[in-house]
Design a protein around this ligand. Sequence first.
Ligand code: ZN
Length: 338
Amino acid sequence: MLETTIAGSLPKPSWLAEPRVLWAPWRQGGEALAEAKRDATILALKLQEDAGIDIVSDGEQSRQHFVHGFLENLDGIDFANKVRMGIRNNRYEADVPTVTGPLRRRGGVHATEARIARAHTGHALKFTLPGPMTIIDTIADRHYGDRVKMAMAFADLLNEEARELAAIGVDVIQFDEPAFNVYLDEVIDWGIEALHRAIDGLDCKTAVHICYGYGIKANIDWKAGLGSEWRQYERIFSALAASRIDQVSLECANSRVPIELLSLLDGKDVLAGAIDVASGHVETPDEVAVTIERALRFVPAERLFPCTNCGMAPLDQALAYKKLEALSAGAALVRGRR
Ligand code: ZN
């Protein structure tokens, strides 16, 4: 009960990539980079286990960014000429690659790190992939000419990848869809259908992570303008509850999402963020327990998984693991009271 897990990414060691930045440049190349990624993956697993995390991940140590890490091994994408584009409805600008032809996987994108992770932990293993809507919001298009058509093409590739990861022994595959709180109508029109294509035929658990973004300035400013209550999810939760996705991951720590909205996710596992990734404060176990208890008013304990609000990639490494220790200590407190 109340098994702990993380949203996905973890900070990378300074010998692998520049610390405390998003899109951090690698500090190795060629064979040394492959070795460093492997070592960092094993280290991330060990540190999660030591922090008491039950369902661990590779910490996304082998990808520079949660979206482009998947795109880099696909045919049909021009990475050489990046285009500056407003993403998440122009919340911020990013230099993105362009789809220039039919999309195809060149082979397993994440199979190497999934195999390494599977070989080095006995814990349940979670693996994250970007969701189709978030991908098409983070790439330019000069081939498909239609957002939905392109999203479905990506969903088919994600499905191939996910099947491969499941066969390697991954227990939970999560699709990251921060775009789901930006394009609410499209979530209902086609976003969930795209996820269904991505999970088709999978025999492992499936999850979707929705969120208000990393703790970077553009997101903090955006959130400040959203008002005292964030009710965006009210429009999509019933659709998610009716979907074939098993789990929904969202932020509950220092979030203005009204906690009672969780009752709209009836029947789903809820990965409730009890760690704020936008703050340098290490939560106390009591603070974590309060967040978990609030969620427990609307989600049965057997369906609640204490989690981080979002990815931790841009955080200080030591800080991130202290926060994970607080997460498991807080979950243990709540377990002890039941
Ligand atoms: Zn997130």
